[in-house]
Ligand binder design. Structure first.
Ligand code: SAH
Ligand code: SF4
Ligand code: F3S
Length: 480
């Protein structure tokens, strides 16, 4: 192990070479299978959770392909199934366990099948024990900081036929560069700029399962993005739980606005997004860099969580509703057309009717383009889970009221887009109607427009004039 920064462990070249050696061994094993059976071994990855997990699954896929596996669309046809789990809410965990349960019969039908579970859920002590004991047909289990060791874990299982547990609860984590990546999209790319979180919001499990904040080096990030641009990627999304603290653990003297400016200075036709930014340190400087650089997408995801200062304090968020709204005001002053999205939690322990009404009021003032709304879900081991909980009925009722307020705002905002022109990244033909294309604005608004499928617009960025609007959809005409 070598330390390149003050606090972060970087996986050494020797350790990476060791993983490549395991990769080669498994590739040989898979080649022999191909020669014998006339087909390649196949992998299937099921991903839950946030973009960070999607980015991790692209690395799992990259490693699987380097080991000679080929992708397959249905789990039933796979020789290797990996379930990349999320622990942020109970529902996410239940879904992952239910899918795992459904894979049991596949293992009974094909004892050679290897099923693995990884991701955030596995990095919790209690869940790990449950999976170990209740899902004996799961052969490998590994936590988030063990991801780069997939070749070794798989090899240990194949060679020894013994279940492998590479767990990491309490591990501060590391950085592994140079892992193969198989990207799911040809135009949009995730780029993790940092891992982990140090904020310990009182409701949140992420710091416990993702370890401490650790930033990738500036040159490593720029090198990856240069490669993406050269390969035709148009939309780069920088990922981190709190991108504003990027660089704080490095000895390079650079901060997130510097990184964003450096990326925007790269040659090429692309836009750069980032998420997530914590309101406690979303600075004017960051907003200025966005405003001054055309390549910075005019989209800001800034989770508010609550509009009550009492609840924000209990959540350990370290900002107030007023300071949150001030940041929004400055953003809109510098970039009048910016798209703002946010997260809200309803039903946090102790949230009174008055607190909730403050949230509704703040939501009305903020007028976000989209809200991601969550009912508070107690997470074992976090401080909020030990507080007195609200009744389910109250939580459900508040959620419905919040959605009604936000839907009204979204419809008004979408109607105001009618007659305006937006640059749209075309995602493909609409699923329901093959004479319509679907694409998104910089801010992520979904836009449908008619076009000849033969024009092959997919992946291009084109101007579209908006002609009609609903709460969640815009319609328009391409201005070609
Ligand atoms: N790092 C990001 C958020 C990651 S989790 C940030 O700080 O904004 C994504 C969202 O899930 C959070 O913003 C929060 O709104 C929600 N969330 C996190 N823990 C939750 C819990 N225990 N119950 C309900 N929602 C939760
Ligand atoms: Fe969770 Fe807070 Fe960290 Fe976001 S900043 S991941 S909400 S602890
Ligand atoms: Fe879930 Fe882990 Fe992301 S808990 S939200 S997948 S960081």
């Amino acid at each position: 192990m070598t330390d390149i920064s003050r606090t972060t462990r970087t996986v050494s070249e020797e350790e990476l070479a060791e993983q490549r050696a395991y990769t080669a061994k498994i590739a040989g094993w898979n080649e022999a299978f191909l020669a014998e059976n006339g087909r390649e071994r196949r992998y299937y990855i099921q991903t839950f959770g946030c973009q960070q997990n999607e980015a991790d699954s692209e690395r799992l896929a990259g490693m699987a392909e380097a080991m000679g596996y080929v992708p397959v669309d249905t789990a039933a046809d796979a020789d290797l199934i990996l379930i990349n789990t999320c622990a942020v809410r109970e529902h996410a965990e239940e879904r992952a366990l239910s899918i795992t349960g459904q894979f049991k019969h596949l293992k009974e039908r094909n004892p050679e099948l290897i099923i693995g579970i990884c991701g955030c859920m596995v990095s919790q002590e209690t869940r790990k024990e449950r999976i170990k004991h209740s899902y004996p047909y799961v052969s490998i289990l590994f936590g988030t900081s063990m991801l780069y060791r997939l070749p070794q874990i798989l090899y240990a299982y194949i060679a020894g036929r013994k279940r492998q547990f590479f767990l990491d609860a309490g591990d501060p984590g590391c950085i592994a560069e140079g892992i193969p990546v198989r990207r799911a999209d040809a135009r949009k790319a995730w780029v993790s700029i940092m891992y982990g979180c140090n904020n310990f919001c009182s409701y949140c499990i992420v710091p416990y399962v993702r370890g401490r904040e650790r930033s990738r080096r500036l040159h490593a990030i720029l090198e990856e993005i240069r490669g993406l641009i050269a390969n035709g990627y148009r939309e780069i999304t920088l990922l981190g739980q709190n991108v504003n603290s990027w660089g704080h653990d490095l000895d390079e003297g650079v901060e997130f606005p510097d990184l964003l400016a450096a990326i925007c200075a790269l040659e090429g036709d692309f836009r750069v997004h980032f998420m997530t930014s914590h309101p406690k340190d979303a600075s004017h400087r960051l907003i200025d860099v966005m405003a001054e650089n055309e390549k910075a997408a005019k989209h800001f995801h800034l989770p508010m969580q609550s509009g009550s200062n009492r609840v924000l304090a209990a959540m350990n968020r370290r900002y107030t509703a007023e300071s949150y709204l001030n940041i929004l005001a400055y953003m809109r002053q510098r970039m009048p057309d910016i798209t703002v999205t946010s997260d809200i939690i309803v039903g946090f322990p102790g949230e009174s009717e008055e607190d909730f009404e403050k949230t509704l009021e703040a939501v009305r003032i903020a007028r976000c383009d989209q809200l991601f709304t969550f009912i508070y879900s107690p997470r074992t081991g976090t401080p909020a889970a030990r507080m007195e909980q609200l009744p389910e009925k109250v939580k459900q009722d508040r959620m419905a009221r919040l959605l009604a307020v936000q839907n009204e705002i979204m419809l008004e905002k979408n109607l105001a887009c009618v007659g305006k022109e937006y640059m749209i990244l075309v995602e493909g033909l609409s699923r329901g109607d093959r004479t319509m294309y679907a694409g998104r604005t910089d801010g992520g608004k979904l836009v449908h427009f008619p076009a000849d499928p033969d024009q092959s617009l997919t992946g291009r960025v084109i101007p579209v004039r908006i002609t009609a609007a609903e709460t969640y959809n815009l319609w328009g005409e391409a201005v070609l």
